[in-house]
Design a protein. Structure first.
Length: 262
């Protein structure tokens, strides 16, 4: 699994199209069109959320939710109340508010020809399946220990401690996170420098192992870097997106950020 499109293709043993179509009373072709229309917006939301330490930690913590993995693997879980609620939490986290979520749903509905009401009903299940797929992919890509730290909020605590210790210095998480952000050619604006991120997690793992210097106790950053590069790739949509759609989604997210910061 290398991106969101491939994650969805693997969901529910490859049967997600028929399962979603049956659940929401649409054809398999409509189900596929609906998912492909909403994936770029979900990708943009995930990438935007992952641009800060707190956001990155919250995504990893959400990925550990049991409802998400069940939604990814079990067709019967698509419309389960716990899946819907878990998916709504994901949407609220990555879009930051109802207005942006509705705008993304309306845009995806217009692109796919599916009604906005059906798109709104589908989005929590899709979001939950994606998070389950991200968890499975990350666990298979060398991030099992990191996901264990994230489960129960431990990762957020570590981030907070490192931020507090750094006091804005270059040696702490705040400085490292600033160094690893580099402009990218994508509408999310910004992205990961995997090498710097690997170094950050080496230091974090050193603290997890008793506060000793990372160079002495933390694992080599090479496998961590490989896993984080895989995680970064998984947040991408994975398909060519028309410029019109990219511009529309960029406008939605710019409006969302401005409203949230005003």
């Amino acid at each position: 699994m290398f991106n969101l499109t491939e994650i969805m293709q693997a969901a529910q043993s490859g049967q997600w199209i028929n399962n979603i179509a049956s659940q929401y009373g649409i054809s398999p072709q409509q189900a596929e069109a609906a998912v492909q229309s909403v994936l770029p917006g979900l990708s943009m939301g995930l990438q935007n959320k992952a641009e800060t330490p707190d956001g990155f930690a919250s995504l990893l913590e959400m990925m550990t939710g049991a409802a998400h993995l069940k939604a990814f693997t079990a067709p019967s879980a698509t419309a389960a109340p716990e899946t819907v609620e878990a998916g709504k939490d994901v949407l609220g986290t990555i879009f930051g508010g109802e207005a942006a979520q509705q705008a993304v749903a309306q845009h995806a509905a217009a692109m796919s020809g599916i009604s906005t009401s059906i798109m709104n009903a589908m989005m929590p299940a899709i979001a939950s399946m994606i998070m389950g797929g991200l968890f499975k992919g990350a666990a298979n890509s060398g991030l099992g220990g990191l996901l264990s730290a994230a489960n129960g909020g431990g990762l957020g605590n570590i981030f907070g401690q490192m931020m507090g210790n750094a006091q804005g210095g270059a040696g702490g998480l705040g400085g490292m996170f600033g160094q690893m952000m580099q402009p990218q050619q994508n509408p999310a604006g910004g992205g990961f420098n995997p090498g710097a991120l690997a170094g950050m997690f080496s230091q974090m793992m050193g603290q997890m192992m008793g506060g000793a210097p990372a160079a002495q106790q933390a694992p080599s950053p090479t496998p961590i870097q490989a896993g984080l590069e895989m995680f970064q790739a998984m947040l991408n949509h994975g398909q060519q997106v028309h410029e019109t759609q990219t511009n529309a989604l960029t406008n939605i997210f710019e409006t969302m950020v401005k409203a949230r910061n005003s």
